[in-house]
Design a protein around this ligand. Structure first.
Ligand SMILES: O[C@H]1[C@H](O)[C@@H](O)[C@H](O)[C@@H](O)[C@H]1O
Length: 555
């Protein structure tokens, strides 16, 4: 009997009986139970094309409940720009200094960066759902501290706690969703989290705009962040752990139960559930054979030993290392392409360009981001992750370059402390350039939201089970580290390098990213989680993945 009363199954013994040890040993850490090129119907659940089977309500409820973390993440990152401009002298009885503003803004990304790698370790120890629940507690606590504080340091503490929550939620939520998702719909289901992030940012902009004229309105703006956290806490407490984590923890019958509910409505449900269970168990057994089991099971020593072996595995196994390089490259690119400089500072840019309502103009960025993430949601599994990036990044490069050229024709200062007084619209002499910049930034946002804004969050699918949460944690840390860098350097770059060179720099980052994606990112769409690792075992798997996708589309 386990601590929670359910029985541990003896699957390890059963499967070792079924699969000869030499076979498991020969297969190596990155070999799938089934060769990825085998198009037989035994491949996980990729048998039926998505058009023939719509996922049941259970998977949607699970995805939306977990995805509420995305809403919180989006809300809490989107809310800062309106909060800063409405605080006035409410904190420490004085106006905020530039240093206060920079610390209040950047402490969230910094603490998110600190939390994300530890999240991976905790998610293995306490389960994915446990970490989401802990993040909810932090979201609520951080929101309440911010709403009730009368001191600058109180605000910094509140924003830092929110940073811990955002860092853990952004690492564990895609992990949770990709582990419960049937493979044919995994891309779309993970994209729901991105939809909720961008939706949260739209809500934050609207709430900020609504409360911007109310005295002390900023307390409502930040305090409202607690509401979705309470909601998610209530919903998630009755929802299950992922089958993959349950099997790893020894709760096979519970895992079977969850899988049966996930695949309900499929004519071949029992067969699929058996296949998925077989694949997960096979993977766990192979890993167990590789791990040193000399310490007493369940002890702290064994746990520490396993954790360090996982870290060793992540960095020293060549397949895992390739997965980590791809995941970190994509997450770094997502941030270093400069998108969040718009999220955080678009109001300052539009003020400098003399738009009469900069906050409302900024809303176009947030709304475009949301709608094009919605488009990606419909198309990601059909077009494929790799192709979506190869199509959308050139549009970003074009839009950024046009923007840079348009900026070179304007003489503006982006110093947030000496904004130009808003006029009724861009002045007549240079009205065209600000409009051209607005158009280019909207085009850039659309292309970003369609590809880079969401594809990197598919990160969990790159890693085998034993290093999945650790690898996702490192990739998420790369995201927050790069986010921190962009947040910190954007205004100085605009001042010292000039807007033109700032936007050209982002265009060059995108160009480098396109080359890297083309060279090393294989197509992951439609592969079972246990199959993906086979692709990276002996190389980047790009050709193989393209061939495999063509074959599956032709058949
Ligand atoms: O995927 C999200 C989304 O694109 C957000 O709009 C952006 O602010 C985040 O940094 C990113 O991780």
């Amino acid at each position: 009997m386990s601590i929670d009363g359910s029985t541990h199954d003896t699957h390890n013994l059963e499967l070792q009986d079924m699969i000869p040890r030499e076979e498991l040993e020969q297969s190596g850490p990155h070999a799938p139970l089934l060769a990825p090129t085998d198009p037989s119907p035994d491949h996980d659940d990729a048998v039926l094309p998505s058009e023939n089977y719509s996922s049941g309500w259970f998977i949607w409820i699970l995805t939306f409940s977990a995805g509420l973390s995305g809403l919180l993440f989006g809300y809490d990152t989107g809310v800062i720009s309106s909060t800063l401009v409405t605080i006035g002298s409410d904190l420490s009885n004085r106006p905020l200094t530039t240093l206060d503003e920079s610390i209040i803004t950047s402490c969230t990304s910094l603490f998110a960066l600190v939390a994300s790698p530890f999240t991976g370790i905790l998610a293995d120890k306490c389960g994915r759902r446990g970490v989401i629940l802990a993040a909810d507690a932090l979201f609520a606590l951080g929101a309440l501290i911010q709403a009730s504080t009368s001191q600058v340091w109180g605000m910094i503490v509140g924003r830092s706690i929110v940073g811990l929550a955002v860092g853990s939620a952004s690492a564990v939520t895609p992990l949770y969703i990709s582990e419960i998702a049937p493979s044919h719909a995994r891309g779309r289901l993970v994209t729901i989290m991105c939809l909720l992030i961008t939706g949260g940012q739209v809500v934050a902009y609207i709430v900020g705009w609504l409360f911007s004229e109310t005295a002390g309105g900023w307390r409502w703006i930040v305090g409202l962040g607690a509401a979705p956290a309470f909601l998610q806490f209530a919903v998630l407490i009755i929802l299950p752990e992922t089958p993959r984590w349950l099997v790893q923890a020894g709760f096979d019958s519970r895992a079977m139960n969850v899988l049966t509910r996930i695949y309900q409505g499929r004519p071949d449900r029992d067969h699929i559930v058996a296949r998925v269970m077989g694949n997960i168990r096979g993977e766990i057994i192979r890993e167990a054979l590789e791990m040193d089991q000399s310490k007493a099971p369940g002890t702290k020593a064994q746990w520490l030993h396993d954790a360090s072996e996982r870290a060793h595995n992540l960095f020293h196994d060549s397949g895992n290392r390739r997965a980590l390089i791809i995941a970190m490259m994509l997450q770094g690119l997502q941030q270093l392409c400069g998108f969040n400089s718009l999220m955080y500072f678009s109001a300052i840019i539009f003020t400098a360009l003399s738009f009469s309502s900069p906050t409302l103009t900024s809303l176009t960025v947030a709304v475009t981001n949301f709608f094009f993430t919605l488009l990606a949601f419909w198309l990601i599994d059909r077009i494929g992750r790799r192709r979506i990036l190869l199509y959308s990044i050139p549009v970003m490069i074009l839009a950024l370059s046009l923007c840079a050229i348009a900026f070179s024709s304007l003489d503006i200062s982006l110093d947030p402390h000496s904004p130009k007084p808003p006029q009724d619209g861009p002045d007549n002499q240079s009205a065209l350039y600000p409009l051209l910049i607005l158009f280019c930034l909207t085009l850039y946002t659309a292309a970003y939201a369609f590809g880079l804004g969401n594809v990197p969050w598919q990160q969990s699918e790159l890693f085998p089970l034993n290093v999945r949460s650790l690898g996702s944690g490192f990739a998420t840390a790369t995201n927050w580290g790069s986010n921190f860098i962009v947040g910190l350097t954007f205004l100085p770059m605009m001042e010292w390098l000039s807007p033109t060179w700032t936007f050209f720099t982002y265009a060059m980052v995108c160009a480098f990213g396109w080359v890297a994606v083309r060279a090393i990112y294989p197509e992951m769409s439609g592969l079972g989680l246990e199959e993906v690792k086979g692709l990276l075992a002996h190389g980047w798997g790009v050709e193989e993945s393209i061939q495999r996708r063509q074959d599956s589309q032709e058949s």
